[in-house]
Design a protein around this ligand. Structure first.
Ligand SMILES: *Cc1c(COP(=O)(O)O)cnc(C)c1O
Length: 237
């Protein structure tokens, strides 16, 4: 858990991050508005004043990785319904019903069975959740996510889903990847997306690429990220 820092420091960090996003977008000939900053709030307890500080600094998309921590924030933080929530961590099927009505996007769909559960519950609840399929781009055994072959099979299977909207891919650079390795991993995710986009089912539109965290989001933007998930660098003094 990060030390509590002042609201001014949070605002400074958010501002700095936005400037870095804008510069990385410019370097790669893209518009700043094409990149969504997901402020990762998973480190903060539900009563943290830093949640308000993030919202006051203009953050309107928050990322959480554990369903219970997310539900606690919905219950305790008065402004939780003013922002958009994204699930970015591994989700168990038995948690889908609880979180689905409250999330705008799930970045971390890592099995066909989970995707099936999301589609079925979305139908029952009258929802149309946006999801990304997580790909294990680094090959780290500890990471969740589809292999490229599994991804193609899952996209084929996704043709039968009527409620879930598969909108793109998510990936994380390897734990031990340096900047050069991270760039290669992000580029390979983009290329995989481009290949899959060329012949995926009509109900699947792979426009989104969620990649990059505090240490490598600028590289990720240069390689095509449309969503960056930034946490720890927002909480530095
Ligand atoms: C925690 C987390 C992040 C944010 O990481 P930082 O290094 O704190 O920026 C991004 N993505 C996922 C999936 C995470 O679990």
């Amino acid at each position: 858990m990060p030390d509590e820092i002042s609201a001014e420091a949070v605002a400074r960090n958010v501002q700095h991050t936005r400037e870095c996003i804008a510069e990385a977008a410019r370097r790669s000939g893209r518009a700043e508005d094409d990149i969504c900053l997901v402020a990762v709030s998973k480190y903060l307890p539900p009563d943290s004043p830093m949640l308000d500080a993030l919202a006051d600094a203009g953050c309107n998309v928050f990322g959480e990785s554990r369903p219970q921590h997310f539900l606690d924030k919905l219950e305790i933080w008065p402004r939780a319904s003013d922002v958009e929530w994204h699930m970015i961590g591994h989700l168990q099927r038995n948690k889908v019903r609880k979180v689905l009505p409250h999330v705008a996007m799930i970045h971390s769909v890592d099995s066909l069975r989970l995707l099936e559960a999301i589609d079925r519950i979305a139908e029952e609840e009258g929802l149309a959740p946006r999801v990304l399929l997580e790909v294990n781009i680094s090959g780290d055994a500890s990471k969740h996510g589809f292999s490229p072959v599994e991804l193609e099979q899952t996209l084929d299977a996704a043709a039968k889903f009527t409620h879930v909207q598969v909108q793109g891919l998510m990936g994380m650079s390897g734990l031990y990847s340096d900047a050069e390795a991270a760039r290669w991993e992000f580029a390979s995710l983009r290329e995989l997306r481009d290949r899959c986009r060329a012949d995926c089912p009509d109900n699947v539109v792979l426009n989104e690429l969620s990649m990059g965290m505090s240490r490598d989001y600028e590289i990720a933007i240069e390689e095509g990220a449309t969503l960056v998930r930034v946490g720890s660098s927002l909480y530095r003094e």
